[in-house]
Design a protein around this ligand. Sequence first.
Ligand SMILES: Nc1nc2c(ncn2[C@@H]2O[C@H](COP(=O)(O)OP(=O)(O)OP(=O)(O)O)[C@@H](O)[C@H]2O)c(=O)[nH]1
Ligand SMILES: [Mg+2]
Ligand SMILES: [Zn+2]
Length: 267
Amino acid sequence: MRIAQLRRMAGERFMPVPGDVVTVRILEDGQAVVERIEPRGFTLERRSAGGRAKTMAANVDLLVTVTALANPPPRLVTLDQLLAFSEIENIAAAVVFTKPDLGDPNEMAALTHLYSSLEYPALVINPKTGDNVGALRELIAGHHALLVGNSGVGKSTIFRSLGGDSTIGDVSRYGLGRQTTTAGRLYRLENGFLIDSPGINEFGLGAIDAATLAGAFCEMPEIARRCRFTDCTHLQEPDCAVQAAVAGGTIAPSRYASYRKMLLEPT
Ligand SMILES: Nc1nc2c(ncn2[C@@H]2O[C@H](COP(=O)(O)OP(=O)(O)OP(=O)(O)O)[C@@H](O)[C@H]2O)c(=O)[nH]1
Ligand SMILES: [Mg+2]
Ligand SMILES: [Zn+2]
């Protein structure tokens, strides 16, 4: 069903986003008017270049992070930001790698091993050959899932390979002159839904304190209890168990690099 009109064509506050539950009134010509947007649970927001927040999706319970193995090269900071975000928001997350045909097989093996060992479901998907598309379908069944990742990593390609039976909403046309290509799209799938979202190159958690951030890196809290200082930031303190675990190979250097970057250069 295509949304014909918002009852009050007011600001973005009244804009439904993919995942919203809305009350609609069906008009005689078969079009629908949104009368009410139900209160949102989880929302994903992204900030525009001007710093304004725009809600991209609502009521999601699974973040399917998408990272290309090549073209663009894997940006693990973005991946780790999204995973930390899911921990803080207390929603499930999965790790999908794309473009195995272009990537380095050793790096592919290392990355899937790393994220599986952190207990995130980790899959390598090739929509062209169909590899693991079925496994992803199973993973998201019954969930309100959101594909999220940098631009060009292959989210829409995955979305199309999974199909879906009906277009629920395409609300971008009502958003202050934006193009449809920048909008999220939602498809019903296996008694849940899947949302394809625009690339989130400027995603960030904002300023965050060390204890909260370390808590969102699931391998750290257990280890951090052995730091000498209870308020250790794991940046340069002596007798820091986290730094020792990185040196000793228990914590992946890339994960620690993401932690440092997020703490020292919040976006
Ligand atoms: N070689 C190869 N190319 C792929 C694969 N998956 C996607 N692509 C290509 O990568 C490009 C970007 O794919 P999209 O699905 O549009 O990426 P996206 O993540 O939706 O990008 P945004 O909408 O900008 O965020 C397209 O040209 C796809 O054909 C893959 O497994 N292998
Ligand atoms: Mg896309
Ligand atoms: Zn420490």
